[in-house]
Ligand binder design. Structure first.
Ligand code: GTP
Ligand code: ZN
Length: 372
């Protein structure tokens, strides 16, 4: 698996320093050594539903966390009533360091970054091939967000029964982004089937799949998600719900608990929602490892990303063939200016011009335009 650097996420994992220095020792809080370990599944009005030992436990942030944010996907330590019984409320006393943070600014002019999902490693960008028409600029913006966060992108092209995938895939071929093609959810695929470990790659098998327009089977899709935390994003109507429901048939159960607390309807939450995928054996009725098959994180509120916080150098990090050529760039080069060293780098044959073109298109997509 390709991992991108996420070292600049450090500030997210630094818990606010305690006040040990300025207070008598006896007043320091106990360290909660007996705390239980949990995963944040969803958040609604300050109530966090966590998975603790297979139970859904509703919790709130302990005061000692201060302003430290807790987001879906976080691994947390909890104390208090962990029974998960109706009306009980546990306390989250610690947030474990994050392996990744997917963030957005609400708007491109909004200086505040918000972490929307923690610990994901894959971003599934769901795009309909027709109805609604694909919008490549939006895809580019999602890709930039993925590269910035260190998530590996996966293009999921739906509604292949309505339009061919090839024209769109040709645009993304230079990026080597992995992709799958679906029609009517996942069960109709008879063509290409990803096997264990044989993850399709843009450069390798992806091209073939594009030519044949082979559609991914359910088993193929599960192979791509197995053991990983995948965030699904997509515009309304692209078929994201159809897809997630096919993968997690019992998803309604996961949202039921929060609704019981707030009394709100099932689809009104704007929080992301983490859904554990079941192992094959488990789906057949046998007990399985709840973590083993991976997680799908549905994001009803995330259709695009404000990209004001994006650092071009983190995006270029996803282009190792070009990153090397930026050594001679002027300081703070936008990589789209006359003195940029990448033109010479490509002219000298060190990298494919189509790669540079794609990189520049992605960087340019950071500017919000009407329709984004
Ligand atoms: N022709 C065709 N229609 C599809 C396909 N997948 C989903 N649809 C239809 O597209 C419409 C939207 O699907 P949803 O799964 O609700 O899409 P969504 O992205 O979750 O949309 P929101 O719920 O609005 O966020 C529904 O009428 C689906 O039946 C497909 O592969 N082919
Ligand atoms: Zn440059």
């Amino acid at each position: 698996m390709r991992r991108y650097d996420s070292s600049s996420d450090e500030d997210d994992i630094r818990v606010r320093p305690g006040r040990r220095g300025s207070r008598p020792r006896t007043r320091t809080r106990p360290k909660h050594e007996d705390a239980a370990f949990g995963h944040v599944l969803t958040i609604d009005r300050g109530r966090l539903t966590c998975l603790v030992d297979g139970r859904e436990v509703v919790a709130m942030k302990a005061r000692e966390l201060g302003r430290k944010g807790v987001v879906v996907g976080d691994q947390v330590a909890l104390v208090g009533d962990l029974s998960g019984d109706e009306g009980t409320l546990a306390r989250i006393v610690r947030v474990e360091p994050r392996a990744s943070t997917l963030r957005r600014t609400a708007d491109d002019d909004d200086p505040f970054e918000r972490v929307i999902v923690a610990n994901a490693d894959q971003l599934a960008i769901v795009i309909a091939l027709a109805d609604p028409e694909p919008r490549p600029r939006l895809i580019d913006r999602c890709l930039v967000a993925a590269y910035d966060a260190g998530l590996e992108p996966l293009l999921v092209l739906t509604k292949a029964d309505l339009a061919p995938a090839k024209p769109l895939l040709d645009v993304y071929a230079p990026l080597g982004v992995r992709h799958v093609v679906t029609a009517h959810g996942l069960d109709s695929g008879t063509g290409w089937d990803a096997e264990d470990g044989a993850v399709p790659d843009g450069e390798a098998t992806g091209g073939e799949a594009a030519e044949e327009d082979g559609r991914v089977t359910e088993a193929g899709m599960r192979a791509l998600l197995r053991g990983r935390v995948t965030v699904f994003v997509g515009h309304s109507g692209v078929g994201k719900t159809t897809l997630v429901n096919a993968l997690v048939p019992g998803r309604a159960r996961a949202t039921g608990r929060v609704n019981a607390v707030t009394g709100r309807g099932r689809h009104t939450t704007t929080s992301a929602l983490a859904l554990p995928l079941a192992e094959e054996a488990e789906r057949a009725g046998a007990p399985g490892d709840p973590e083993g098959a991976g997680w799908v994180i549905d994001t009803p509120g995330v259709r695009s990303f404000g990209l004001a916080h994006i650092d071009p150098s983190r995006v270029i990090h996803a282009f190792p063939d070009l990153e090397e050529g930026t050594a001679d760039c002027p300081r703070a080069c936008s990589h789209d200016e006359p003195d940029c060293a990448l033109d010479a780098w490509v002219a000298e044959g060190h990298a494919d011009p189509a790669r540079l073109h794609s990189l520049r298109r992605l960087l340019a997509s950071r500017e919000r335009r009407e329709g984004d």
